[in-house]
Write a protein that binds this ligand. Structure first.
Ligand SMILES: Nc1ncnc2c1ncn2[C@@H]1O[C@H](COP(=O)(O)OP(=O)(O)OP(=O)(O)O)[C@@H](O)[C@H]1O
Length: 269
């Protein structure tokens, strides 16, 4: 087994502004302006080839930020990232140009990845067949439903054969038939020794597809291990979170918000 993704003390910091004018102050004042907010901090973990890792965590915990950092879409503020292989991200909201047709999107994505025209012509029918969009393949993507967009994104990403595949909520909008087909494709990937990250709010899907789980809790790794180790702990947390009164939940959120806004020194973990 070889390491495909290695993150060490990764943090992503954003500035929070109350008004647009504060953004200008941040640019012009020597010490900057605005409150710091850590979307992620102290993220340290490793993934190997053949790993299928479910990323879990409540809304706003940092799952999408992490998938964007692993895909290279956004840079981290600090920390180190080692990626060994080609990464493909499948997310509902990213990667497709709404003005172009499905077929044009396939061609554009392949061109951006360095495929030549001949290779694209060979790949195109496979992608179109997997996406099952029928005549819609020549319609602009803006006319697609969210499930259709997800199918196209999935079809392109799996057929270009990446080494590391990140699926961010993309299956949540698909139907059962497509989810089954994606599961088969993911198993094929797993057998080929690729690494898959799977983000979903459905613990049922996480348990079906994944062998490992990474629990991100308000920007930090709360647990990383096998599904059997991590998911019961996360379920227990969800239960206690749901059982909180409105006041308790507000206090909890404020405590977390304060923690995520404080200046932070990465641990030497
Ligand atoms: N560009 C940005 N500027 C400021 N804050 C941001 C930015 N992007 C994300 N955040 C904040 O970072 C935190 C993590 O967001 P992220 O989208 O990664 O969470 P998530 O776990 O994917 O949430 P969900 O389950 O709701 O999709 C959130 O509090 C979000 O508001």
């Amino acid at each position: 087994m070889s390491k495909t993704v290695v993150l060490h003390n990764v943090a992503k910091k954003y500035k929070m502004y109350n008004r647009t004018s504060e953004k200008l102050l941040d640019i012009f004042l020597p010490k900057g302006y605005g409150e710091d907010f850590y979307a992620l901090r102290n993220i340290t973990f490793e993934a190997e080839s053949g790993d299928v890792i479910g990323i879990v965590g409540v809304n706003g915990s940092g799952k999408s930020t992490l998938s964007n950092i692993i895909s290279g879409i956004i840079p981290p503020t600090s920390g180190t990232i080692e990626i060994n292989g080609e990464v493909a991200l499948i997310a509902i909201s990213s990667g497709l140009d709404n003005q172009l047709t499905g077929r044009e999107n396939i061609e554009l994505k392949c061109l951006m990845l360095g495929f030549n025209k001949k290779q694209i012509k060979e790949l195109e029918p496979e992608i179109i067949e997997f996406a099952e969009l029928g005549k819609f393949i020549d319609q602009p993507v803006k006319n697609y439903s969210s499930g259709m967009k997800s199918r196209l994104g999935f079809a392109i990403s799996v057929n270009i054969d990446p080494d590391i595949l990140i699926i961010d909520e993309a299956l949540s909008v698909g139907d059962k038939i497509f989810a089954d087909k994606c599961e088969a494709k993911m198993n094929e990937f797993k057998e080929k020794g690729k690494t898959i990250f799977f983000i979903s709010h459905s613990l049922k899907q996480i348990k079906t597809f994944c062998e490992k789980a990474l629990w991100i809790e308000y920007g930090e790794v709360r647990a990383y291990g096998t599904i059997e180790e991590v998911v019961p702990k996360y379920e227990k947390f969800l239960k206690s979170f749901k059982a909180m009164s409105d006041v308790e939940r507000k206090e909890y959120r404020e405590k977390v918000m304060k923690k995520r806004s404080t200046v932070f020194e990465p641990s030497e973990a």
